[in-house]
Design a protein around this ligand. Structure first.
Ligand code: ATP
Length: 242
């Protein structure tokens, strides 16, 4: 279990307490600046807490050796920039660094899962935004982490690749991996997540099943938008009223 207890980080997060379950997909939603990326970085052990703590399986994440933490938690940041130009295959192979092995099977599986096998030899600099995003996710998958924390991994993807990657992430969750995604698209969160955390101005406004966390009252309260859900559970679409 990956938990935060009364987590405070400067002005950005205030008293966030939540316990995330392995084997499920959790979506973190909220308006711009609500603290979603801050929470995700803290869950990855990359931002120190001012107050409170982050626990992985009841042990403080801050006390875990970095290599062990990197094996347990795969983190995909929002910006997705690659500092130097490498081939897709070499970038994805970097996902094995915490293990200190080539992990050829894991690298090949990650490339296949993200539909990037045909791009393996291509320099990262030549990829489109969506292809880059898929290669970066492949790098995380190659590390075979117990937790995947990804900041808007679907934002640059076309519809087919969004659905494809959501299937990959669901398969990961079904195999016991804890998947945590920052998602702006509330319909995606509603239809694909098992649970939704709603952040507003650094505070947790909701933490429950999607239908409850993304109720029309909460959407109105947090986003200031009057909206209506259409369709059946699992196939919801959101429409605004004014
Ligand atoms: N390094 C930093 N120093 C100071 N303030 C920061 C820093 N990084 C983020 N913030 C501020 O903290 C708040 C939360 O930022 P965060 O990136 O977590 O929001 P977010 O919910 O992910 O937003 P978005 O949807 O726009 O990506 C914002 O007001 C942001 O300006």
């Amino acid at each position: 279990m990956l938990e935060t207890v009364d987590l405070c980080i400067s002005e950005r997060l205030t008293g966030v307490t939540t316990a995330l379950q392995p084997g499920t997909i959790t979506a973190i939603c909220g308006p711009n600046g609500a603290g979603k990326s801050t929470l995700l970085s803290a869950l990855a052990g990359l931002l120190p807490a001012d107050e409170g703590k982050v626990l992985l399986d009841s042990a403080p994440l801050s006390a875990m050796p970095p290599r062990e933490r990197a094996r347990a938690i795969g983190y995909l940041p929002q910006s997705g920039e690659v500092a130097w130009d490498v081939s897709v295959a070499n970038l994805v192979a970097l996902g094995r660094l915490p293990h200190g092995d080539a992990g050829k099977f894991a690298v090949a599986s990650a490339l296949a899962a993200t539909a990037m096998s045909d791009f393996a030899a291509r320099p990262m600099s030549t990829l489109s935004g969506g292809e880059k995003a898929r290669a970066l996710l492949a790098r995380v998958l190659a590390g075979e982490p117990r937790w995947i924390l990804a900041d808007e991994p679907l934002a640059a993807l076309d519809l087919a690749h969004q659905i494809g990657l959501l299937k990959v992430l669901r398969a990961q969750a079904d195999s016991g991996v804890g998947v945590v995604l920052v998602v702006h698209d509330l319909a995606l969160a509603m239809n694909y997540a098992d649970r939704v955390l709603v952040l507003d101005e650094g505070r947790l406004k909701a933490d429950s099943a999607p239908e409850e966390a993304l109720s029309l009252d909460i959407i109105n309260d947090v986003w200031g938008v009057k909206a209506r859900w259409l369709g059946e559970p699992g196939q919801r679409a959101l429409t605004t009223i004014e």
